[in-house]
Design a protein around this ligand. Structure first.
Ligand code: SF4
Ligand code: SF4
Length: 285
């Protein structure tokens, strides 16, 4: 069993209702287009407190809070490719089985890209499949939005320069009692303590290809292209088989070091997946 103390993603109802959106970007407040800033500003005024990296906040979640596990039900949890990589390895199952058992897929109405969400327990308050009476059973590999809570990370991307700008917001929700407990911490420390950096780095790679998609190929993708995108981002074990058994990346002339790296390393495989999407779908290096 993993640690009982938890910090959670934006499973809160208010956030879910307002920000249910394409690719989960709104839910995680990772906004990549300047046009979304207006919407973000409105939402921030109502629920979010913007903080800089050295600002302090007080928060602690533990099994002793009366709201324990409150935020792991009524779920609408989007998963990024790196979230899935970590979860399927935590569970010791291949990506296709993870997707079949624990995830739902639809095509984002705005992005035209595959969107993956965690399949909640429809018979029991839409609970997360990984929550137990004693907390999160996948704690060490919990998704990025779960580990970042009570913060959310806003990522904006300039269309002109392609530069990303990052900002953190504190989500103040009345039902969450974690704000009444614990030590004061800085945002910077929280990011470090919760192991958020690697998630941010990997998720930012996804942002880049979403940005390409919206700029260069708006609307629906051809079905074969959408399938390739899905496999190269989310179904990594199948992607690996297709590379080695079916030669789907033979046209990219991959060097032997890259080939060796992706044989056993899922992170390298995901990086290659994203690179191959850039090249094969968007014609970019
Ligand atoms: S303190 Fe907040 S994060 Fe922790 S269980 Fe309660 S609602 Fe969830
Ligand atoms: S993955 Fe863990 S922390 Fe996130 S919603 Fe599920 S049980 Fe809660």
């Amino acid at each position: 069993m993993l640690p009982l103390s938890k910090n959670y993603g934006l499973a809160q109802k208010s956030v879910r209702k307002k920000w249910r959106s394409d690719l989960g970007l709104m839910r995680k407040c990772e906004l990549i287009f300047e046009g979304a800033l207006q919407q973000r500003n409105k939402f921030m005024n109502e629920n979010f407190v913007p903080l800089s990296l050295n600002d302090n906040f007080r928060f602690k979640c533990s099994e002793s809070v009366p709201c324990f596990n409150e935020c792991c039900r009524d779920l609408n949890q989007f998963l990024t490719p790196y979230d899935i990589l970590r979860l399927k390895n935590n569970l010791g199952i291949p990506s296709d089985l993870f997707l079949e058992r624990y995830a739902s897929q639809h095509t984002g109405p705005e992005s035209g890209l595959p969107v993956i969400t965690l399949k909640p327990d429809y018979t029991s308050e839409l609970k997360c499949p990984f929550v137990s009476n004693s907390g999160c059973t996948v704690y060490k590999d919990r998704p990025s939005s779960c580990r970042t809570y009570p913060l959310v990370r806003v990522l904006t991307r300039s269309r002109e320069t392609g530069q990303n700008t990052e900002q953190y917001l504190l989500v103040k929700e009345p039902h969450c009692l974690g704000f009444k407990q614990g030590q004061v911490n800085t945002i910077q420390n929280w990011i470090k303590e919760q192991g958020i950096e690697i998630y941010n780095r990997m998720n930012d790679m996804l942002m880049e290809i979403i940005s390409f998609k919206n700029r260069f190929m708006p609307g629906q993708l051809p079905i074969k292209t959408e399938r390739f995108f899905h496999m190269a981002c989310y179904d990594l074990d199948t992607f690996r088989n297709h590379i080695f058994d079916k030669g789907i990346l033979d046209d990219l002339d991959l060097d032997s070091e890259t080939i060796d790296n992706v044989k056993n390393d899922d992170v390298e495989l995901l990086k290659l997946g994203i690179k191959s999407i850039k090249i094969k779908i968007f014609g970019r290096k």
